[in-house]
Structures are given as structure tokens and as C-alpha cells.
Write a protein that binds this ligand. Structure first.
Ligand code: ADP
Ligand code: MG
Length: 626
């Protein structure tokens, strides 16, 4: 019997398999089982119209048998089987369109690892663990059985043989253990059982294996029981995935259990989102919003991603393409029969399908969050406490690419409502005369209620958003506006009030402003008369440019940039403190300079900036008492 050569492309792929240093060799079992499942699908379908099949739905099964002595691992199915032609066409070549793609991908600095892991290469992957593979198969409706045999490298043979029923046995001759590689584990009950659980749990046909169990010996006494082990065939997989069941049939309890087990969380999820989509791409998804952030959520170690299945077979554990960073907290599974497990169906196609699914999922997550915001405010605030910062960062990232998606989900503390509000709620309440959305940043709410610069606004009972979280101010500066209303800093910006107090003629004060500027030297960039202060004597602002918050942020992130905010000292010329300074300027200029120093330091303290030399400052204050 002459050996036949594999087709050239298949040969290359085989080489890759045989010499693969791929660490996830274990996926071979998933591939072989999924082929068995496909074969059963085909025969089961036939049985609907052809009563000669003689098998009922519950008769179909996949059986795993490990023979440790002979190092044989056999996966059998009673599916459609193959005839001589099928063997030639299906196991001899790989559908060529995809192979080309595959080779191109592999060509790129050895990215083979991921490609194999994600979409598999089907039957050939069994050569990663087998020195030789024997396939014994009989096709439905064809009396003759065939034996296909190959050691991978040199080709294959096909010979007629005997086989009882219809179906296929894939007999893998497991390689001997190497110095570093352990192949024997693939003959062990424990490993096989785990692999089925991990990758093939939701295959809809029973996967059966004889397993070792232990029981009390019948005649052993109750108080001194003796045990014996025995073998029994068992179904290893759970078969029906939660996401394939009708939404209304799955209880909260089942969801909680599934989520907690699958994603190793002690706490049940806060929200469940069920998706069943048909159209350009069909898929089912179960998505969960955790009730608390994973311990490593805000660290670089956290890996987002959804688990990806194709018709009950796990393809990828954390598929990042399915969920963006901004919703990175979402956990869940996506199952799409349109994503073939096999590489031969063009990776590009997968890309497009994944994108469609991802877009769809993004919408679903957003509408669930919007629903919570509407119907369960308390729940939403709890969510926001956990993952609000993620939404903010999501707004900032990629130059605000996701801002439209996310801006309505943001919450800020309102000075007038005394609770968290959305930008939309703020705008809906705005009197017509108000031009901007005001915000102020600070350590805590109480401190901001006393901020000198917001006096004018507070006097007019205008709503101010208090920013207490670190990325907030930067966020406002990047967003710049919401629904065409400018976001304006109540501290530094132009308030655009209709009834702004009259501006004081600067020339009347020129002399004293110049005096103060000179007294303070480089410590301030400018000294000017404030229009915002009412009862407070001074404040420090940065004008419309770089804010103090940006300066802080960039000094930490990129010190070499040397980004600096302007320091503008604003004075309330109606305040007694200013009068005192003016008085001193006439009689005792040295004292007046000290007053200027004191005012600057007060302003720094209020702005939350360090006052360079604290003990110098106390000395200065004390010197003024004498
Ligand atoms: P894919 O499953 O994506 O088609 P594989 O390399 O896994 O690619 O399998 C190649 C082909 O071999 C299958 O399409 C199928 O026609 C055939 N085949 C493999 N295993 C079996 C089996 N157990 N029963 C029947 N046909 C099979
Ligand atoms: Mg396959």
C-alpha cells in the first residue's frame, strides 16, 4: 500500500504542529471532540428525515478511552463517519483559503502561538501530542469501513478494514515523555476530565468516559468500613450552557452560582445582561457587572475580556476584542456559531464578526447602565463607586473617542442638590440666563462650600459641581462642554454672569498692584483685582490656561515637560485687609511687603498648594504682632 503525501500547505502546517513549542498542546482534545460533535450533528440531522439511521437523539455520544499501557487515547463517536473520499479530502488537506492566511500570520514573528490557541487548526493539532494517529471510520450508508493512518511526517495510508457500527474512532498514539515534556498526563483520567470541563463543557452531546470511583465494600462493617475502587462510565460535560436556555427559565440563583464559579468571585453579580442576537452575526451572550471591583482591577495586572465560545466550544478565555477598556469591568461569555473553530475559514472574517459583536455588546452594557440610573439610582451609585473611575478614564482615553458613549453615565456632587447628579440633570435644571456648567475642585465637599472664589455663584444659588475625585478636573478640561454648554471652572474661568459686579478701573490701583507684584517677585506671574471675591481678601487663580490640577497631574506623569500653571493673585480691594496693606504702604513699606506675603500664603492655602516654607511663614505672622 503506497503512502500518499500530504498537500504542500498541509505539510507545512503539520510541521508546525509536530515541532510546536506551543504550551497549550492540550487544546488538541477540544479539536477532536468538536469534530466528533460536528459528525454527530450531521447524522442526527439526517435521522430526522431518514428512518434507516436507527438512532434516536439520546443514543448519540462521544466516548473517551485511555489505554495507559499502550499509550493510546481514543475518541469515538457514532456520527456520520467518513468514506475513502472523505478521508482523502478532509484529512489530507486543509481548506486552502484559510491556510494561506494562516501562513501569513505565522510568518509574522512567530505569532503562531496565539492563532493556534484562539481558533485551532482542527484535526492536525492531535499531532502535537501523538507520534501516530489511526482513524477507523465507517460512513453512514456505506458498508465499507476504512483505516487511515499517519505518523504526520511522511504522509498517510488508507486501507479497508472492519468496524461494527457507523462512526469514527480517532486513535492517538501518545508520544513518549521527553526531558521537558510530559505527554503521559494526556492519558490520565484526571487531566482528561479537566480538559473536557475546561474546553468542551457545553458540547451538546454527552462526552462519556470510564472513571474510577470508590465505594464501601458491601460486606465490610459499618463502624470499620473498607473501600474498594470500581470503574463506571460517566458523562463529563454539563451539555446545556446557561446562555442557550430561555432567559426567563434561568433563575437568579443559577446566575449567581454560574457567575461566582466561572469568574471566581465570592459575591454575586450586581447586574445580569442577557443577549440573544440574530442578523449579520448571531450570538448569545451572558454579561455580568460585578458587585465589587476585583482586587487587581485598578492595576496593570488586570486583564479584561469576555470568554468566547463557538457552538459550545471554548475558543478563548479573555477575548479583549469583545469589550473595550471603558467597560473592562464586565465579565461574561459570548457564544457564536458563526465563529468557526477552524482557522480555515479566514481570520479576517472573524475580525469583522468580532467587531460587530463588540459594538452590539457595548450598546447593551450602556443601556443596562442607563436603566439602572433611571430605575435603581441607589444601585447605580453603588456601581459608580466601584467603576465610576473607569468610566471617567474611558472618557479621557484616546482623545475622548468614547465621550459621547460615556458622558451621560458620569456623576458629580451638586452644591445645591447635595447629592450626585448627571450632567444632563444639571443642564435640564439650568435657568435660561445661565451660560455655563460650573465646577470647582477640592479635597472635600465641606472645603468647597467655603471656597472664596465661588461666593458670587453661591450668592446667586447657582449649582456648582464639586469635584473630589482625582481625574475629575482633568476630565472637565478635556470634555470642555456638554450639549454645547461650556464646562467652566468656577475658580479660574470667566463666569459669564449677566450681573457681574462692575469692574474696578485698574489704573486707580496700578500703584498698589505694582507694589505687591514687586514685593512678591517671581512667586506670582500677575497681581490683579478680583471680580469674584465678596467677603474674602484674596485668591490664587491660574487664568484660562493650564490649571493647577493639570500641573499636578503632569508633574507626576511627565516631569520633564515642566508644565506650569500661571499663578495670578487676585485681590478683593473692598476688603479691610487690602485697606490695611494700603495704610502700611504709605507709612511703613516694609510692613506692607509682609502683608503681601501673608496674603499670598493665604491664597496658596486655599488653593490647596504648598506654602514653600511653613516655619518662615509662622515667623512672618508673629513678627506682625509686635
Ligand atoms: P474542521 O472541523 O474545521 O472542518 P478539522 O481539521 O478539525 O477541520 O477536520 C477536518 C474534516 O475532517 C472535518 O471537516 C470533517 O469533515 C472530517 N472529520 C474530522 N473528524 C471527523 C469525525 N470524527 N467524523 C467525521 N468526520 C470528521
Ligand atoms: Mg474541527
Amino acid at each position: 500500500m503506497a503512502k500518499k503525501e500530504f498537500k504542500a500547505e498541509s505539510k507545512r502546517l503539520l510541521d508546525l504542529m509536530i515541532h510546536s513549542i506551543y504550551t497549550h498542546k492540550e487544546i488538541f482534545l477540544r479539536e477532536i471532540i468538536s469534530n466528533a460533535s460536528d459528525a454527530i450533528d450531521k447524522l442526527c440531522y439526517k435521522s430526522l428525515t431518514d428512518e434507516n439511521v436507527g438512532l434516536k437523539r439520546e443514543d448519540f455520544r462521544i466516548t473517551i478511552h485511555a489505554d495507559q499501557d499502550n499509550r493510546l487515547l481514543t475518541v469515538s463517536d457514532n456520527g456520520i463517519g467518513m468514506d475513502e473520499n472523505d478521508l482523502e479530502n478532509n484529512l489530507g488537506i486543509i481548506a486552502s483559503s484559510g491556510t494561506y492566511q494562516f501562513r501569513q500570520e505565522v510568518g509574522k514573528d512567530n505569532e503562531d502561538v496565539d492563532i493556534i490557541g484562539q481558533f485551532g487548526v482542527g484535526f492536525y493539532s492531535a499531532f502535537m501530542v501523538s507520534g501516530q494517529i489511526t482513524v477507523i471510520t465507517k460512513k453512514y450508508g456505506n458498508g465499507q469501513a476504512y483505516r487511515w493512518e499517519s505518523d504526520g511526517a511522511d504522509g498517510y495510508t488508507i486501507t479497508p478494514c472492519e468496524k461494527e457500527g457507523v462512526g469514527t474512532d480517532i486513535i492517538m498514539h501518545i508520544k513518549p515523555d521527553g526531558d521537558e515534556e510530559d505527554y503521559s498526563e494526556f492519558l490520565q483520567e484526571y487531566t482528561l476530565r479537566n480538559l473536557v470541563k475546561k474546553y468542551s463543557d457545553y458540547i451538546r452531546w454527552p462526552i462519556r468516559m470510564e472513571v474510577t470511583k470508590s465505594r464501601k465494600k458491601e460486606d465490610s462493617p459499618e463502624d470499620k468500613p473498607e473501600y474498594e475502587s470500581y470503574k463506571e462510565e460517566e458523562t463529563l460535560n454539563s451539555m446545556v450552557p446557561l446562555w442557550q436556555r430561555k432567559k426567563s427559565d434561568v433563575t437568579k440563583d443559577e446566575h449567581d452560582k454560574f457567575y461566582q464559579e466561572k469568574f471566581s468571585d465570592f459575591t454575586p453579580p450586581q447586574s445580569v445582561i442577557t443577549v440573544s442576537a440574530e442578523g449579520q452575526v448571531s450570538y448569545k451572550a451572558l454579561l455580568y457587572i460585578p458587585a465589587r471591583p476585583p482586587y487587581d482591577y485598578y492595576s496593570a495586572d488586570y486583564q479584561r475580556g469576555l470568554q468566547l465560545y463557538s457552538a459550545g466550544v471554548m475558543i478563548m478565555d479573555k477575548c479583549q476584542d469583545l469589550i473595550g477598556d471603558h467597560f473592562g469591568f464586565v465579565k461574561g461569555v459570548v457564544d457564536s456559531p458563526d465563529l468557526s473553530l477552524n482557522i480555515s475559514r479566514e481570520l479576517l472574517q472573524h475580525d469583522r464578526q468580532l467587531k460587530l459583536i463588540a459594538n452590539n455588546i457595548e450598546k447593551k452594557v450602556k443601556s443596562e447602565l442607563e436603566r439602572m440610573l433611571r430605575e435603581d439610582r441607589e444601585g447605580y451609585e453603588k456601581f459608580y463607586q466601584n467603576f465610576g473611575r473607569q468610566l471617567k478614564v474611558g472618557c479621557l482615553n484616546n482623545y475622548g473617542a468614547k465621550r459621547e458613549l460615556l458622558e451621560d453615565l458620569l456623576l458629580f456632587y451638586s452644591s445645591t442638590e447635595k447629592k450626585l447628579v448627571t450632567l444632563k440633570e444639571y443642564v435640564d435644571r439650568m435657568p435660561e440666563s445661565q451660560k455655563c456648567i460650573y465646577y470647582a475642585a477640592g479635597e472635600d465637599v465641606a472645603a468647597m462650600d467655603n471656597l472664596p472664589q465661588t461666593e458670587l455663584l453661591r450668592e446667586r444659588k447657582m449649582e456648582i459641581l464639586y469635584l473630589t475625585d482625582q481625574p475629575d478636573q482633568l476630565l472637565m478640561e478635556i470634555l470642555r462642554e456638554y450639549k454645547e454648554k461650556p464646562l467652566r471652572s468656577a475658580v479660574d474661568g470667566d463666569l459669564e454672569l449677566e450681573d457681574m459686579p462692575e469692574e474696578k478701573p485698574a489704573e486707580d490701583y496700578k500703584e498698589s498692584l505694582d507694589f505687591i507684584k514687586e514685593a512678591l517677585g517671581d512667586e506670582v506671574d500677575e497681581v490683579r483685582i478680583s471680580r469674584k471675591l465678596k467677603t474674602h481678601p484674596v485668591c490664587l487663580t491660574c487664568g484660562e490656561g493650564v490649571s493647577f490640577e493639570m500641573e499636578r497631574y503632569f508633574t507626576a506623569a511627565q516631569p520633564e515637560m515642566g508644565l506650569k500653571a500661571k499663578r495670578i493673585l487676585e485681590l478683593n480691594v473692598d476688603h479691610p485687609a487690602f485697606a490695611a496693606l494700603e495704610g502700611a504702604r504709605a507709612n511703613d513699606p516694609e510692613k506692607a511687603k509682609k502683608y503681601a506675603q501673608v496674603l499670598l500664603n493665604q491664597a496658596k492655602l486655599i488653593a490647596g498648594l504648598p506654602i514653600g516654607d511653613p516655619s518662615g511663614y509662622t515667623d512672618l505672622l508673629c513678627s506682625l504682632w509686635s
